[in-house]
Design a protein around this ligand. Structure first.
Ligand code: ZN
Length: 453
C-alpha cells in the first residue's frame, strides 16, 4: 500500500508520519518480559499490540524488511527473589517462565519476533558499554557500584517530560549513600551471597536492569533505529535511562526515532495489583477460552487508551467471533486486503476502526458469495483472528474432536442433496448421525449452519 503510515511518537507527543531510516531494514525494539512469574493479562497487551504493528510494517514494507527484537530479561532482582521464594534455582525458574511465556504468545496467535535475545547471553556487551560510559565521563564508580550521572546528559527527561527536581521531589528515585546525586541510576552492581555474578573490571557483579536494552538494541539494530516500544509503565524511568545510556555511550543525537507505548489494563475498573488479588494470568485462560477471544479483546480498544478487562468484554468478543465463524470457510490462498480496509491501521494502529470495517465486511460476506467470505476471512486473518478452522474454534468447548470439520461439511452436503430429492428419511438419518457426534445443525433462510452442542 502506498498510503502513509502514522504513529504517535511519545518523544515529540505528536502523531507523525513514519519515515524509516532504511525502508528495507526497519528496526523495532520492544522491551520483553522479566521472567520471574507467569505473564498476566497486562503483559498480553503489548504482545498483541506490537504484533499488529509488526504485521502492518511487514505488509507495507515487505515481510523480510522488518527486524523485530524483543528481549528476555533473565537476570533481575525480581527473579532472584522469586527463585528464593519458590526454592528453585534461577535457571529452572527462568526456563519454566520462558516456556510459559512462549506458550502464551502462541495462544494469543502472535508472530515470532525476528530476535528474542536473553540478557544473560549479552553481559559482555553491557560491560563494554559501562566501560565506555566511564571513559567518556558519564558514569562513576562508588563502592563497587557503577552509576550513570544523570546531570551530565542534557536531554534527560525529554521523553517523559520530567525535570530532575520533580523526580527528587516525587521520590521516584532509589536512595543510596553511594550516589553522587539522588537521581543517578545504577549500571552495574556487586553480587552478594549466592546471587548470579559475572566477572567485570569492577569485581563480581551483575548489570542494572536498564542496561541490557541499550546493549542488545545496539547489537541487533545499531546505534540508531526506528521504533522502540513497550508498556507505558516503562516510559519512566526505564526508557528515559535507556536513552541516556545509549546516546552518551554511542555519541548520537538520537537512539530510537519513534517511541510507542501501550496504555494500562484495569480489572473491572480497578488497578491490577498483587495486593488486590486481581491479577489474571494468561495461562489460566488457556483451558477455558479460545486464545482468539483474548486477542480480540486486547485489540478492541485503541492502544493509547486504557483497556478495562471484564466478563462483559470477553463475552461480547466471544459472541462476535462466534457470529463471524458462521461464514468461515477454509481457504488455501488469502485475498489481498484493500487499502480502504487497512486505512484505520495505517492511522496510528486504530484497531477499533479496523474492527468496525470487519463488521461491514461480515455483513457483505453473510449475504454474499464465497468470494466475499474469502475477503472477510482474509481480513480477519490479517490481524490474527479466524486463523483456526471452525472446528479448531469449537474444539475448546468440547475438549474432544469426534468428527472433522471436513466431514461435517460433507455430511451437510449429503443431507441437503437428500432434502432436494425429498428423501427426508435419509436427510433425518444424516442429521441424527451428526447429532450423535455432538454436532447440531440448523436450517435458516435456506442455509444450513452447524455448531457443537
Ligand atoms: Zn527495555
Amino acid at each position: 500500500m502506498n498510503k502513509d503510515f502514522f504513529l504517535t511518537n511519545n518523544l515529540t507527543n505528536k502523531k507523525e508520519k513514519f519515515i524509516p531510516i532504511n525502508k528495507h531494514k526497519i528496526g523495532m525494539y520492544v522491551c520483553g518480559p522479566t521472567v520471574y512469574d507467569d505473564p498476566h493479562i497486562g503483559n498480553a497487551r503489548p504482545l498483541v499490540i506490537f504484533d499488529i504493528l509488526f504485521k502492518v510494517l511487514k505488509c507495507k514494507y515487505g515481510k523480510d524488511s522488518v527486524n523485530y527484537v524483543r528481549n528476555i530479561t533473565d537476570v533481575d532482582d525480581k527473579i532472584i527473589k522469586s527463585a528464593q521464594e519458590k526454592k528453585i534455582s534461577i535457571s529452572v525458574l527462568t526456563k519454566d517462565i520462558i516456556k510459559s511465556f512462549n506458550d502464551d504468545c502462541k495462544f494469543l496467535n502472535c508472530d515470532t519476533p525476528s530476535e528474542q535475545p536473553r540478557a544473560t547471553n549479552h553481559i559482555d556487551l553491557m560491560i563494554k558499554m559501562v566501560s565506555e560510559l566511564i571513559a567518556k565521563g558519564f558514569a562513576y564508580e562508588s563502592n563497587n557500584h557503577i552509576y550513570f550521572q544523570v546531570n551530565k546528559f542534557n536531554d534527560y527527561g525529554k521523553l517523559s517530560n520530567k525535570k530532575i527536581e520533580d523526580l527528587i521531589a516525587g521520590s521516584r528515585v532509589e536512595v543510596s549513600k553511594n550516589k553522587k546525586k539522588p537521581e543517578d541510576f545504577v549500571l552495574w552492581k556487586p553480587s552478594i551471597n549466592d546471587e548470579p555474578f559475572w566477572e567485570s573490571p569492577w569485581g563480581k557483579g551483575r548489570p542494572g536492569w536498564h542496561l541490557e536494552c541499550s546493549a542488545m538494541s545496539k547489537f541487533f539494530l545499531g546505534k540508531e533505529f526506528d521504533i522502540h516500544g513497550g508498556g507505558i509503565d516503562l516510559l519512566f524511568p526505564h526508557h528515559e535511562n535507556e536513552i541516556a545510556q545509549s546516546r552518551c555511550a554511542n555519541d548520537t543525537k538520537i537512539f530510537a526515532n519513534y517511541w510507542v507505548h501501550n496504555a494500562f489494563i484495569t480489572m473491572s475498573n480497578e488497578k491490577m495489583a498483587k495486593s488486590r488479588g486481581n491479577i489474571l494470568k494468561i495461562k489460566d485462560f488457556r483451558d477455558k477460552v479460545n486464545g482468539q477471544i483474548l486477542r480480540f479483546a486486547l485489540m478492541s480498544t485503541h492502544y493509547k487508551q486504557p483497556l478495562d478487562w471484564n466478563e462483559k468484554l470477553l463475552n461480547n468478543c466471544k459472541d462476535t467471533l462466534e457470529k463471524w465463524y458462521s461464514v468461515y470457510l477454509p481457504f488455501k490462498n488469502v485475498s489481498k486486503i484493500s487499502d480502504d480496509m487497512l486505512l484505520p491501521l495505517y492511522d496510528d494502529l486504530n484497531t477499533p476502526g479496523y474492527i468496525a470495517n470487519l463488521h461491514k465486511l461480515f455483513e457483505k460476506a453473510n449475504s454474499g458469495d464465497d468470494n466475499d467470505k474469502k475477503m472477510f476471512v482474509s481480513a480477519c486473518n490479517f490481524i490474527g483472528i479466524l486463523n483456526e478452522t471452525k472446528k479448531g474454534w469449537l474444539d475448546l468447548k468440547t475438549k474432544k474432536s469426534l468428527i472433522s470439520e471436513k466431514d461435517i461439511l460433507k455430511k451437510i452436503e449429503l443431507r441437503n442433496k437428500a432434502r432436494e430429492s425429498k428423501d427426508y428419511k435419509e436427510a433425518d438419518k444424516v442429521r441424527d448421525e451428526l447429532l450423535e457426534k455432538g454436532v447440531l445443525i440448523e436450517d435458516k433462510d435456506g442455509k444450513t449452519s452447524w455448531k457443537i452442542k
